[in-house]
Design a binder for this molecule. Structure first.
Ligand code: MN
Length: 339
């Protein structure tokens, strides 16, 4: 079977691997049908991921059809359409015991620390498998994981109906967060330095957009919120200055959520945090967010096709990465097709 392997940074190969075999009694083997490309796949390829190890079959956003099951697997059968939670936790460390398995002390993520989904067949333990309605398209199934990341951010922010949310950045991930905020009934103020992205944010339902190249984000947010600030601010731009804007744009007793892996340093004084009792919270991967997102997709409450801009056959992975490099402004989610 064909696999996409990043052998070393900047070297990607389509290789032939042996077919996976059922070993544990709860193993499930799927034939991959579709996968999404994430910014983190690009950074593993480029060698800038602070967590990945090599060589690595990348891909953590994927869906497929079950072709084989271990003898202990219940509630799943051959032919089921499924997606995979790529987050593996030990379940026994103090962090898992606190219910925070997505930051487990022994965390392993498919496509990052373990081989991932960019291959024709994948073996996954059944506890990481989620069944899908067969009427859900494979392209939608491929982006479920990306929306679980957005749901995690919204959960970490404690975002509620009628909250005013400042989202710094209007890229692909920011737009998925906006869509989840819209479902909850929160109002979003979005920023970016690229006018086309702000246009897109407006199309996706942002209440206000701010071009941070021409306008001062913090004073504009204050102006839009009776001088108080946003209830929650999310740094989805992750460029250092955006975290400062988030911390200054949020109201007293507000929540700031970070989600970047960038090492850009943000200069926030202790006074900014203490004097207004801010909560600064990281958000990583997802913690039990698959059922909710799958439900929203299947009820058509959330339309993920709006973020999908391109399709490539999986063997054209290098062309897909070249597309991201060539036109990052207009390339949002790329789907890899396996048939
Ligand atoms: Mn992702």
């Amino acid at each position: 079977m064909k696999v996409i392997r990043v052998v070393t940074p900047n070297s990607i190969k389509i290789e032939n691997d042996p077919m996976p075999k059922i070993e544990a009694k709860d193993d499930v083997i799927l034939k991959v049908k579709s996968a999404g490309i994430c910014g983190s796949d690009v950074s593993i390829f480029g060698g800038t991921s602070p967590v990945a190890t090599y060589p690595r079959v990348i891909g953590h956003e994927f869906a497929g059809e079950i072709i084989e099951l271990g003898e202990d697997v219940q509630n799943l059968k051959i032919g089921d359409h499924v997606t995979t939670n790529p987050v593996f936790n030990c379940g026994v460390c103090r962090i898992c015991q606190k219910g925070r398995g997505n930051v487990c002390a022994n965390l392993k993520v498919m496509g990052v620390h373990l081989d991932g989904g960019y291959r024709e067949y994948v073996k996954v333990p059944s506890k990481n498998i989620f069944k899908l309605d067969p009427t859900l398209s494979w392209e939608k199934a491929a982006v479920i994981e990306a929306y679980t990341v957005a749901a995690q951010v919204v959960d970490r922010g404690g975002i509620e109906k009628d909250d005013i949310v400042l989202i710094c950045g209007s890229g692909q991930i920011a737009l998925t967060i906006l869509q989840v905020c819209n479902i909850i009934g929160a109002k979003c103020i979005m920023t970016d330095i690229i006018e086309d992205r702000l246009k897109k944010a407006t199309e996706f339902g942002a209440a206000h957009v701010i071009n941070s190249k021409n306008e001062d984000v913090v004073s504009k947010v204050k102006e839009l919120t009776n001088g108080i600030g946003a209830d929650v601010a999310i740094d989805a731009a992750c460029v250092g200055v955006s975290l400062k804007q988030a911390a200054l744009g949020v109201r007293p007793a507000g929540v700031v959520v970070t989600m970047g892996f960038h090492d850009a340093v943000a200069q926030i004084s202790e006074f900014t945090i203490t004097s207004r009792e801010l909560d600064i919270r990281g958000s990583r991967l997802n913690n039990n967010k698959f059922p909710e997102i799958i439900k929203w997709f299947q009820e058509d409450k959330l339309d993920p096709t709006k973020i999908i801009t391109h399709h490539f056959h999986f063997t054209d992975i290098e062309k897909a990465f070249a597309q991201i490099k060539k036109d990052p402004e207009n390339t949002m989610k790329i789907i890899l097709d396996f048939d």
